[in-house]
Design a binder for this molecule. Sequence first.
Ligand SMILES: Cc1cc2nc3c(=O)[nH]c(=O)nc-3n(C[C@H](O)[C@H](O)[C@H](O)COP(=O)(O)O)c2cc1C
Length: 170
Amino acid sequence: MDAFECLATKLDIRDFSQIEVPGDIKLKVLEAARLTGTGLNTQHWRFILVENKENLKRLANDSTSGNWVANCNFAIIILTNPKYHFHLIDAGRVIQSMQLAAWNYAVGSGIFTGIKEDKFRKDFGIPPEMNISAVIGLGYPLKKLFGKRKDRIPLSVLVHNEKYDASNKS
Ligand SMILES: Cc1cc2nc3c(=O)[nH]c(=O)nc-3n(C[C@H](O)[C@H](O)[C@H](O)COP(=O)(O)O)c2cc1C
């Protein structure tokens, strides 16, 4: 699949099959993270790979908006360093890189950001200087996704020509 098709067909999913994702695909996803650029090439991010079923359940319990992560095949916690003011831009870029790399191998993924911070930090040993930016859960989709269209605002609303146009509303 080419890069455009990959991003055009990728959906965030929350229902995963129990088929194991091979280790070499997991490595590709992590390598996609490593290869993504950061502001000033600081590479301040760190990733926690979670594969153990008990730890996936723990992740779900430590979440306020990602219960579904208990049923994924593996998850990646994205940590960034908030001393860099652009750290959340870096987080967004690396998350998209990993999700697209996964989808290129037919592995679906979802993301969550709602966490019970104190419990999460304790359970996964996260130091105070690192920000828990998001968690992605990955695995083969339970259902075929073909035909499901994205619910998106049209370009005519999103894109303004040359200057911001306040009358250009949805
Ligand atoms: C910054 C960000 C935070 C998100 N947080 C959550 C979340 O906490 N829980 C969740 O289930 N989905 C979360 N999502 C997934 C969005 O709901 C999803 O990307 C959006 O509905 C579009 O989905 P689609 O690409 O499948 O159409 C988040 C997405 C982004 C980009």
